[in-house]
Design a binder for this molecule. Structure first.
Ligand code: FE2
Length: 401
């Protein structure tokens, strides 16, 4: 696909209409006009402290809102691993302001917070903890616009959102049709400032999404097809972009891979790596989601390979070539994936972050107690027994090979 014109902004028609390509941020002008024509005059903007400005997104967004007579309230206090406290605070401000739509600008954390706020604005009788402990089932949300500035989560095109319920050390996920963004913007030019470590973590997140989506009990051929392409593109372009962060062609394909990954798990859902990573970053809010996933991916593959050998051999062919898809290759593929991660420079394992064997029981309890994670474990390709979960954590303490 070398001949693809990366400067031609196209529309990926998923459940969300995703404006994709270099310069896609300018499509926000059309989106603002659409909002105005819908009679929307007040919007809430949700972001982290400064990325919405540094990426250049804000210049376009603010001008377009002003030009269409739309007033805005900016909430820019979202942190990595955002909490229920932030969502509740933003919701109260948004409600007082009278926000009629929510614009998330940033990576997964601001966009997921925007999704949560969009629901909470419709349900004043509840708080975010109620939402993430499943006290109610939302079927409406304010319209959501997702302006994505990282290439990993896929949240800009799917119906998932995550929050950390700080008091309980829970990091559950929700999935509701009402939080598909109405529009998304995937502009690779907004991502060139992403530092090398973050670049690695977000693309590794995408690889985990498709690994899981392609191997749940609910997977489908579409999820597997997207998985294949996602891994192929990440394998080809991630090393290029880590070396040369300004490489727009590379950012384009990694952004595309992430959107495919988000769609893959919208279809096939997720299982072990996400269910077991969420307790890690719930306990350690400073832990990047992608790093957590990277540390446990090889051990997960080792556990599940025998049951999913054909699909895993096929989708991982670019990273671990020559697999036949027979169950005896579990160790080979696990070592191969770990080597690939280490080769990219992601060499941390759980013990490097001071997790010890003594933490395993607490982590196991959290995977059992955290609302929604049981749903992921229930569709894992092998039975998620305590022994399997312990094995994955224990085998992730140190290098497998
Ligand atoms: Fe993820």
């Amino acid at each position: 696909m070398k001949s693809m014109d990366i400067n031609r902004v196209t529309e990926l028609r998923l459940a969300t209409t995703d404006y994709f390509g270099v310069g896609a941020i300018n499509k926000f002008k059309d989106i603002a006009l659409y909002l105005k024509n819908e009679g929307i005059t007040k919007v809430m903007v949700v972001s982290s402290k400064s990325a919405y400005i540094k990426t250049g997104a804000w210049d376009v967004v603010e001008a377009a809102l002003k030009n269409n007579g739309i007033s805005y309230l900016l909430y820019n206090k979202v942190t990595p691993n955002p909490t229920d406290v932030q969502t509740d605070e933003a919701t109260v401000l948004g409600r007082d302001f009278g926000a009629e739509a929510v614009i998330g600008i940033g990576g997964g954390s601001p966009i997921d917070t925007a999704k949560s706020v969009a629901i909470m604005l419709e349900y004043p009788q509840y708080n975010t903890t109620d939402l993430y402990t499943f006290k109610f089932t939302p079927n409406k949300a304010k319209p959501i616009i997702a302006i994505n500035t990282t290439h990993g989560t896929g949240t800009e095109v799917n119906r998932f959102a995550v929050v950390t319920v700080s008091d309980l050390e829970y990091k559950p996920a929700i999935a509701y049709d009402c939080i598909y963004p109405l529009f998304a913007i995937d502009d690779p030019a907004l991502m060139v400032g992403l530092p090398p470590r973050q670049t690695l973590y977000v693309s590794i997140d995408a690889v985990n999404h498709v690994t899981e989506a392609a191997t749940t009990k609910l997977t489908n051929p579409f999820a597997v097809l997207l998985a294949k392409q996602t891994i192929e593109l990440v394998h080809e372009w991630l090393p290029v972009v880590v070396k040369d962060p300004g490489n727009l062609e590379g950012r384009y394909w990694l952004t595309y891979a992430a959107a495919l990954g988000g769609t893959s798990f919208d279809n096939g859902l997720l299982h072990f790596t996400h269910a077991l990573e969420h307790p890690l970053s719930a306990i350690r809010p400073d832990l990047s989601h992608g790093l957590g996933l990277s540390m446990i991916l090889p051990a997960v593959i080792k556990e599940i390979y025998a049951s999913q050998a054909e699909i895993l051999a096929e989708i991982y062919a670019p990273i671990v070539p020559g697999l036949k898809g027979t169950p005896d290759e579990a160790n080979t593929i696990a070592i191969g994936i770990e080597k690939w991660l280490f080769g990219l420079g992601v060499t941390e394992k759980l013990s490097d972050l001071n997790f010890t064997d003594a933490d395993v029981e607490r982590l196991l309890t959290l995977t059992r107690e955290t609302p929604s994670l049981d749903g992921l474990l229930g569709i894992a390709p092998i039975e998620a027994t305590d022994e399997v979960i312990r094995n994955i954590y224990m085998n992730s303490m140190k290098k497998i090979s």
